[in-house]
Design a protein around this ligand. Sequence first.
Ligand code: SF4
Ligand code: FE
Length: 488
Amino acid sequence: MTLMMREEYIESLRAMTKRVFIMGQEVENVVDHPLVRPSLNACAMTYALAQMPGDGDLARATSNLTGQQVNRFTHLHQDPSDLVTKVKMQRRLGQMTGCCFQRCVGMDALNALDSVTCEMDEASGTEYHARFRRYLQYVQERDLVADGAMTDPKGDRRLSPSQQADPDLYVRIVDRRPDGIVVRGAKLHQTGALNAHEIIVMPTRALSEQDQDYAVAFAVPADAPGIVMIYGRQPSDTRKLEGSQIDVGNRQFGGHEAVIILDDVFVPWERVFMAGESAFSGLLVERFAGYHRQSYGGCKVGVGDVLIGAAQALACYQGTDRASHIRDKIVEMIHLNETLYACGIACSAEGTPASSGTYLIDLLLANVCKLNVTRFPYEIARLAQDIAGGLMVTMPSEKDLAHPEVGPYLAKYLRSVDRYTTEDRCRMLRLVENLTLGPGAAAYLTESMHGAGSPQAQRIMLARLADLEEKVRLAQKLAGIKEQAPDA
Ligand code: SF4
Ligand code: FE
């Protein structure tokens, strides 16, 4: 099997024995839990898309390892067109779900590990790359969801991992055995962890030789002994427990993040892809972050399409769609959203091959993409709220809308343009609320800020990657000034 059906994916998760805690309770049946199910529905769309005619082409690729058709989320990018198609697929899935569909972190981890393990072997004579490719073939043939786990708790940010008062604040090797390693630590903000088959752990920062035990990358089944997941809350999440159809805003889909505890987890050598090569830790972080910064030029744009559509629909429902300032605001939202997409496409089209043959994005442009993502969705959300109006946050519940006594009052007094129903208006207002204030805002806004690195991380990369000296030379030449190196 190289392409799993949506239903098979859901059943495959049922067969796993993950340890999961949600709001203080250990949960046996994670798959059907009402707080988790919307995120599972979203991740399952990565399987459903691959089965669709037309757009399904975006989610299918031919494996360079086996020649078989695989889901693009397990594929190594073979040329710039693979990178471009990845972004288009992410935009399409963002449009279909209106949320984070979670599977990109695994795709980005797999692609980053492919080139870095190859370069480690070239430099150090290790044998990680062949091992990693055997693992990747295992993932491709089973069409698995992998969680790409990078962010450590980090403790006191002034101190390196080994200087921390508690040495477990970064994931580390606590034992090396003939058959494998034992690891301990935690990963925070783990997108889609509960919906994953595999957890791929990577270091979170560049490391020095003193921190060798923290230079560790590996893959484990998500239900391996010693792994505990603790579900993260989101704004208004308990509306999902009310059986709500309207108040949740997005009826079917949502994302999730979790804390993953690694409590002395054993990893056989066959699944270890870095164990002590501290010099390559920073490169792995840079590659993974680069791919994920590209990813946001697709997924956030797709969610932006939904939000722009919701704002336009509300303008029509409320009779403001012909006002020039509303039209202008919609155009502004489109401009911002398409700028993000342009960056996602540009860093893909300018991709170049690594020595493993897998294509890398243009790192400078991917960082520009992500730095824009830290800002533009906030402005798009602000404009959507401006167009939606205050009713979005003062509107009574759907139970009031359905109430025999007060429901008719609301149907009468919340009606706007006559040809649209009050319920349609309320549903659309709740969708904007979801995306800009509710659980959807966790992904569309806060994750846009901090996911794949906070804005300062991108600024550091821009300062490093832009060839300022060359720009000075260009200016000197045109100004007729003899070429001289600028002060450092
Ligand atoms: Fe994919 Fe976007 Fe979610 Fe990251 S935030 S996993 S890129 S959908
Ligand atoms: Fe993310």
